[in-house]
Ligand binder design. Structure first.
Ligand code: PLP
Length: 387
């Protein structure tokens, strides 16, 4: 039998962390809906299992499976993507500084501005592909660089390897990559020099828009012991049932990601030729400014597309409402296609000036391409564009 670390992604997705049920030989593990576990004698309990905030078999199984796919030594599952960001940020203290990419998930931006800044942690935002700017921005107080790639919603690609090299050349600091948009199937940031990876498992990993979850992964034993402490001490843990659902979803993750990517490329190509659309942003298109970098850094180009429509914000909102197969909702990464209007939905909380600077105009629309038949998605878009 091959070493489990050498399994391909499909085998890992189906088998990693999976043990049959102990009593009836069920193929799937039972869901351990138990807040507490019996001690054999006072102070002596079975493996890690004393109280479910500290450890639960379904959570451990999910963490082991995600470790395998993300090629990480340690994984900590929490109750949402924002909770994942929160336990990473708890490693900082007053006086520390964060350098963040300039296009960021709205909820992470809110954590930075409303929780970190008031606690004395300074955050600066910049284009991390500008090496000169980045080198200048790193001060002795810089403890962390935070990036998403592709970014949300502008789908900019940051060069993770290069950022990590610049980061390490100054003094040790942590490079955190929010890998939600890629899932572990499209890119493994720890292999590119990141020290921490986080996911909102609500998105592609959960994949069916029926749960919220988050995960933090690292190869550093030192960071892992901090995350383990915060996971239990801050207490934002997922339920055993949600952990079971996430484990179940992981099994089809590579299959789903393949279909998301194939559909997105077809839809993006159609949009590029459609009238009424002034700009199509998709890393898989030759016209994308970071297309070559995306080709090098990612295994495929993902399921997210942003477009700019001819006309004003009202025209963009009308387009969103007229789509029928695409649900009008925030979130992404589910089997069903969704559409949203960043200026009034996901990114309304970001000051308008800053929003426009990164390109989130009123006529920008973001599409999360699902796993339906691409011809039906294209037909729906054609209708909504009035073609
Ligand atoms: C959704 C999302 C988050 C936050 O995750 P929740 O599960 O909603 O808390 C963080 N980062 C990115 C890139 C996201 O898309």
């Amino acid at each position: 039998m091959k070493d489990k670390k050498e399994w391909g992604v499909n085998t890992k997705a189906v088998h990693a962390g999976v043990e049959p049920g102990p009593k009836y030989n069920s193929v799937n593990p039972p869901i351990y809906m138990s807040s507490t576990f019996l001690h054999q004698s006072p102070g002596k309990y079975f493996e890690d299992y004393e109280y479910s905030r500290g450890a639960n078999p379904n959570r451990n199984a999910f963490e082991e499976a995600l470790c395998s796919l993300e090629k990480a030594e340690h994984c900590f599952a929490v109750s949402s993507g924002v909770a994942a960001a929160d336990i990473i940020l708890r490693t900082l203290s007053s006086g520390d500084e964060i350098i963040s990419g300039d296009d960021l998930y709205g909820g992470t931006h809110r954590l930075f501005s409303k929780l970190c800044e008031p606690a004395g942690i300074k955050v600066s935002y910049l284009d991390l592909n500008n090496a000169e700017l980045l080198e200048k921005a790193i001060t002795p107080a810089t403890r962390m660089i935070w990036l998403e790639s592709p970014t949300n919603p502008m789908l900019k690609i940051f060069d993770i390897k290069k950022v990590s090299e610049i980061a390490q050349s100054k003094h040790p600091l942590d490079l955190v990559v929010d890998n939600t948009f890629c899932s572990p199937i499209l890119q493994n940031p720890l292999e590119l020099g990141a020290s921490v990876v986080m996911h909102s498992t609500t998105k592609y990993i959960g994949g069916h828009s029926d749960l919220l979850g988050g995960a933090v992964l690292t190869n550093s034993d030192e960071l892992a012991s901090k995350f383990k402490f915060f996971q239990s001490a801050a207490g934002a843990i997922p339920s055993p049932f949600d952990c079971y659902l996430m484990s179940r979803s992981l099994k089809t993750l590579p299959l789903r990601i393949d279909k998301h990517c194939a559909n997105a490329l077809e839809v993006a190509k159609f949009l590029e030729s459609a009238s009424g659309v002034s700009r199509v942003i998709y890393p898989g298109l030759e016209s994308h400014p970071d297309h070559q970098l995306a080709k090098k850094q990612m295994n495929d180009f993902g399921g997210m597309i942003s477009i700019e429509l001819d006309g004003d914000g009202d025209k963009a909102k009308k387009f969103c409402s007229e789509l029928e197969l695409f649900g009008l909702a925030v979130s992404l990464g589910g089997v069903e296609s969704l559409v949203e209007h960043p200026a009034t939905m996901t990114h309304w909380g970001i000051p308008k000036k800053q929003r426009l600077e990164v390109g989130i105009t009123d006529s920008l629309v973001r599409l999360s391409i699902g796993v339906e038949d691409s011809k039906d998605l294209i037909a729906d878009i054609s209708c909504a564009l009035g073609l």
